[in-house]
Ligand binder design. Structure first.
Ligand code: F6R
Length: 242
């Protein structure tokens, strides 16, 4: 992977946003892969500014979120459908019908994964996938032990990830046990991966992803199998790189 070390999250966001803006200018119906969580927020903010300032037309842009919790009540503010609407679709002015999030409704979960893969295929695949990484090394919600060839499916969240994400909920009990996530194989089919990480809590996961052996026990290491992966990190997240 190409590793870029930047001063701070704002500079990382500018850099990632400029790669996305180039894509959107080249392709009016570009397909974006969208991450949630804290990491991509500076990217989405910078992208919203550029779309505004440069008058980039985004009405035809399509998007696929990486993952969703299973079993949150419909419309829950921390469900990734709501998060994507609030943090991406609205500020960027995207067309809501063109932005998909895996369906975490238990009633339809048996077919949701296959439907999602089929929708990504029908869109012609993802042009640029934004990624964060968990302290466990997960990308999407592919926790350690996920097959490097995996496709969208239901997974169990690790305790560590539930603890990390409890900050978005009233208590850890409210964090769902399960999620539906694009697989590592799904992510690897995107044409460009942009992985962002900030802070020393991510330093080990970044070193394992960029320099460690490629292994299902470090899902982020799958980026080494990708011909066009860009890793944008601050000094703290880069601290364990050789
Ligand atoms: C989010 C996702 C996760 C996060 C990761 C880091 O859609 O798939 O892999 O990117 O958990 O989360 P933050 O950015 O909140 O540290």
């Amino acid at each position: 992977a190409e590793v870029v070390i930047v001063r701070d999250e704002e500079e990382a966001g500018e850099l990632a946003a400029s790669a996305i803006a180039d894509l959107l200018r080249a392709r009016a119906d570009a397909v974006l892969g969208l991450a949630t969580g804290s990491t991509p927020l500076s990217t989405y903010r910078a992208l919203a500014r550029r779309i505004d300032a440069e008058g980039i037309s985004v009405a035809g842009v399509r998007g696929f979120a990486l993952d969703e919790y299973v079993g949150l009540p419909a419309g829950h503010p921390e469900g990734y459908r709501q998060v994507i609407t609030r943090e991406v679709v609205e500020p960027l002015g995207l067309t809501p019908e063109l932005i998909r999030v895996p369906n975490g409704d238990p009633a339809t979960i048996r077919t949701a994964a296959e439907d999602y893969e089929a929708a990504i295929d029908a869109a012609g695949g993802v042009d640029l996938q934004v990624l964060g990484i968990g302290r466990t090394g997960h990308i999407g919600f592919n926790e350690p032990g996920s097959s490097l060839a995996s496709r969208t499916r239901v997974k169990t969240l690790t305790e560590r990830t539930r603890v990390d994400n409890a900050r978005f909920f009233d208590s850890i009990e409210d964090v769902p046990m399960h999620c539906i996530t694009q697989g590592i194989g799904t992510i690897l089919r995107a044409r460009h991966l942009v992985l962002l990480a900030f802070g020393d809590a991510k330093a080990e996961a970044i070193a394992a992803a960029v320099e460690g052996p490629v292994s299902a026990s470090q899902p982020g290491s799958a980026i080494q199998l990708h011909p066009h992966a860009t890793v944008i990190v601050d000094e703290a997240a880069a601290a364990r790189l050789e």
